[in-house]
Design a protein around this ligand. Sequence first.
Ligand code: GDP
Length: 197
Amino acid sequence: IKFNAAAFLTSAPTIKQCPPDIGAEVAFAGRSNAGKSSAINTLTQHKKLARTSKTPGRTQLINFFTLGDENTRLVDLPGYGFAKVPLKTKLEWQKNLAKYLEERESLRGLVLVSDIRHPLTEFDQMMIDWAQQSNMPLHVLLTKADKLKRGPAKNTMLDVTRALKDFQGEVSVQTFSALKRDGLDQLKNRLNEWLSA
Ligand code: GDP
């Protein structure tokens, strides 16, 4: 898969406005500030690709990028956290995310980006539950791994792996650093498996 050929395709506020549900795509989710944009930019070797998703007004949209051709896509799912959004908006947003995971036929897997220093937040748990309910393969990317020493990073990875032992279905966990580009090959391998299957 040509990750560095990533190009913005479209933004969709609801599942109805998503591009045609054909081919294969992988989605990235994460609480805001977890490091999702940095991970996507490192993966695609773009400085600002995922910035698109952060422009005000676009933060609640599902953003689609093509990877070489229109039938191979990377999807940036909206995250939230610090934004002061009204509860009604937040619930609407959750409904759309859940619906996307449940109904999107071309979706091959979900990458959940989590700050290694604060793994498995409430947001993460919600995404994990939805992945489980939708039978969606899950890959947890514990990012900002450069913020911890190797030992503690490894231990966090083991803790998270243990916490996911009851996950029914395909699940994997890795450490990652956008800063050091550590774990990039492992991430690419996972995505290649999903997108080429
Ligand atoms: P997003 O809101 O999930 O898209 O998060 P960003 O990618 O914008 O990252 C949030 C903050 O964490 C920014 O200040 C980044 O520079 C920082 N950050 C992201 N990834 C890493 C990483 O791997 N290592 C370090 N040290 N900082 C990171």
